[in-house]
Design a protein around this ligand. Sequence first.
Ligand SMILES: [Ca+2]
Ligand SMILES: [Ca+2]
Ligand SMILES: [Ca+2]
Ligand SMILES: [Ca+2]
Length: 242
Amino acid sequence: MKKFLFLFYILITFSLIQVSCKKAEPKIIHFSEHFIYINGFEDDISWKNATWEPIPYNWLGDKTDSSDFTGKYKLLWDEKYLYVLAKIVDDNLLDTHFDDFDSYKDDDGLVIYIDEDASGGDHQYNHQAFAYHLNFNSKTVDLGTDSLPHYYEHCFTSIRQDNDTLMYEVVIRLFDKTYQNDTLSKQVNLFDGKKIGFAIAYNDNDVSDNRENLFGSVDIEGDDKEIAEVNSDVFEKYILKK
Ligand SMILES: [Ca+2]
Ligand SMILES: [Ca+2]
Ligand SMILES: [Ca+2]
Ligand SMILES: [Ca+2]
C-alpha cells in the first residue's frame, strides 16, 4: 500500500510540473489572400475569414459596464503589412485636446501595441516594441528615445463613425528595434511562422478632465495595469500562418 501511495504521489507531482511548465500556445493570425481596402468598412473578403476577439479587461478606472464601452478586433497579415480591424462602441465620444502631443491619453482613442519579434521587455523609450496611439485625425503618436511624444508614419488608419460606434481599419508597417526614423529605417517583412507580440486597448473618457478608463485585450496581473505602455512582456504572442 505504501509503495502504491508513493507511486501515486510521484505521478501527481509529475503531472503538476507538466501543467505548470506548459506555455500558452501563440494565437494564429491568418494570411490575407485578397486586397483590403482601408476605408472603415468590414466588407472585404479577407475580414470575413478572420475571427473577432474581445477587448474585455478594465485596466484602469472605476468598474463599469457594457453601456460605457464594448470593443473587439480582428487581425490579418500579408508579406508587407499587419491589418487591424477594431469595432468600438463608446457611449460618448470625447476629443478635447487639439494638440496631438498634449494629454492624448485623456481623449478617446485606440492604442495598438506591437512587438515585432515577440521578444518582450522594456519598450518605453526604445523601439524594440511600439505603443501606437491613434488620434481621430488618423495620426499616430508614441514616445521616442528622448522620452517625448512623436509622430510615427507606420499606420495608415481609416476611422468611420456611426453614432456611438467607431470602426477602425488600420494597415501597419512593422519595424524592429533598430528603428531610427521614418525615412532612414526599413520595415520588416512578414512571413509564415513569424511570431509577434500584440495587444490593443482603448482610452475612454466621456465627461471628465482626465481619462475615465483604459480597456485592454489582455488580462494583466498585478497592480500596474498600464504596464503595456512600458513593457511588452504582457503582450499576447501571435504566430502568422499561411
Ligand atoms: Ca475595408
Ligand atoms: Ca464610454
Ligand atoms: Ca521586440
Ligand atoms: Ca468616450
